[in-house]
Design a protein around this ligand. Structure first.
Ligand code: ZN
Length: 214
């Protein structure tokens, strides 16, 4: 399980716990400004009773310029019309999943889980289903193995991700203990960065849908 301690990957962590006997969470130090997210991730994994590991791959943040690892850059608040947002860390999911596959292989694990979503992909090319499918084939060829990459959130939006958390009985844990905010504030976050906006709008939409169903 590629695990950041955010809303999406924490929802996937509990999804994986439901589905598999053994879950191993893997977090990365990739030079992110808010390294404390790894501590939140560790705490969530501990509470969930899941094995937790951290790999330091800080070089990734320095390979390509981006606003999540470079303190001197201001984050794009919206997706630019002609480009990916500057919060895109080039190669991140490619590196993370490749490292996770090698690590999983050592542990005798074939199933990889990631919280990427094409629905809310914000223009990040490495969150798309075609990329994941292509990487799955590549990893199998590269390692002569039969990995299955699971993407429980690929085709659902943030509201449906909250619904899934609720179904799994972990809505409050996700709401209060995960960290999604680009400014490094846990729970409801700073409220105004793009990640907080997406998260809050999804939550409000889910609550509205839930009360309509009653
Ligand atoms: Zn925020």
């Amino acid at each position: 399980m590629v695990f950041s301690g955010g809303q999406d990957s924490t929802t996937c962590l509990y999804w994986a716990k439901n589905k598999f006997e053994r879950v191993v969470a893997l977090s990365f130090l990739y030079g992110q400004k808010h390294q404390q997210e790894v501590e939140y991730a560790a705490a969530i994994a501990r509470k969930a009773g899941v094995e937790f590991h951290v790999k330091d791959v800080s070089f990734i943040g320095k390979l390509g310029q981006n606003a999540l690892t470079d303190s001197s850059m201001a984050m794009d608040q919206e997706k630019p019309a002609d480009n990916v947002p500057n919060t895109f860390v080039p190669g991140r999911n490619l590196f993370f999943l490749s490292i996770a596959a090698v690590f999983a292989r050592e542990l005798g694990i074939r199933h990889l889980v990631t919280g990427v979503s094409q629905t809310d992909f914000s223009g990040y090319p490495d969150c798309r289903d075609s990329f994941i499918k292509s990487l799955n084939v590549t990893l199998n060829l590269a390692l002569d193995d039969e990995f299955v990459i699971h993407t429980p959130l690929m085709w659902i939006d943030k509201a449906a991700t909250w619904a899934l958390a609720d179904q799994l009985g972990v809505l409050d844990i996700i709401r209060h203990e995960t960290i999604t905010c680009y400014n490094g504030i846990p729970g409801d976050g700073c409220g105004h960065c793009p990640a907080c906006k997406l998260r809050r709008e999804g939550y409000e939409k889910y609550l509205a849908e839930k009360s309509n169903q009653k």
